[in-house]
Design a protein around this ligand. Structure first.
Ligand SMILES: [Zn+2]
Length: 244
């Protein structure tokens, strides 16, 4: 597309609607009116109207360009960073933090026709997220243990990965991420018990900070029968091949 004068990056007025209100402000006002939390790991898709995500992309691009300018990077002459603001904005909104801006994956639940009541383990599911403290990558794996009962809904195995991807696609804190995922799976499937273990490398510890390349954070959530029955908990933990 040809621009007559300037690009969206250099012309912030193009971000505003006729009243001059940035789209992020409009979305924020809707969230506040509905008293809906909008922390970094909250999904806000219900408050974004069709077409607004593209405007948000333009707005983040302009602000990201401001960050590069403030870092005294000559994006006009440096061919490597000329399009970096746009690229980073796109990466945040459409890729790595997409789980904030889009509605959850549709998951078809089936009744438990076979009356499955044995421990089922799904994993390892690869997790890609970023910490909300530094926006540094958090990369790891999760294992999900489900103890169904006759009323439990059954969902396809790949759906667990889709749900995990949606939850992890937000700036997260590992402890809160596993709880959010547990709540979501609990709500969709209503099992007797649910266990989740997440093991991840936090690049804010490898790239900066203590610069420890090997440390991993492991945490777990246990619900229902996994809380009450130590044998079941042991069985789950013994079956997940964490060392690999
Ligand atoms: Zn961090």
């Amino acid at each position: 597309m040809l621009m007559k004068s300037g690009t969206p990056m250099s012309n912030p007025e193009q971000l505003d609607d006729s009243e001059g209100t940035p789209v992020s402000v409009k979305i924020r006002e809707r969230l506040k009116a509905a008293r809906h939390r909008f922390h970094s790991n909250d999904n806000i898709a219900d408050f974004i109207e069709p077409g607004e995500l593209e405007k948000l992309l333009d707005e983040v691009t302009v602000k990201m360009q401001g960050v590069l300018d403030a870092m005294v990077i000559d994006t006009e002459n440096d061919h490597n960073t000329g399009d970096t603001a746009r690229r980073v904005a796109k990466m945040y909104l459409k890729e790595v933090f997409n789980g904030r801006y889009v509605k959850g994956p549709s998951v078809t639940e089936f009744p438990n026709a076979e009356h499955l009541n044995e421990l089922m383990i799904v994993g390892p599911i690869t997790v890609r997220s970023a910490c909300s403290h530094h926006f540094c990558p958090v990369i790891g794996k999760i294992w999900i243990g489900v103890m169904p009962n006759e009323h439990t809904n059954v969902i396809g195995l790949s759906k667990y990965a889709r749900l995990a991807e949606w939850i992890m696609g937000r700036p997260q804190i590992q402890e809160e991420a596993v709880v959010q995922l547990a709540d979501l799976i609990q709500e969709k499937t209503q099992p007797d018990g649910l266990a989740i273990v997440m093991e991840a490398s936090h690049y804010c510890m490898a790239w900066r900070g203590v610069k420890d390349m090997d440390s991993k954070m492991i945490n777990s959530v246990m619900r229902g029968v996994f809380l009450k029955d130590p044998n079941l908990r042991r069985e789950f933990l013994s079956l997940i091949p964490r060392k690999s």
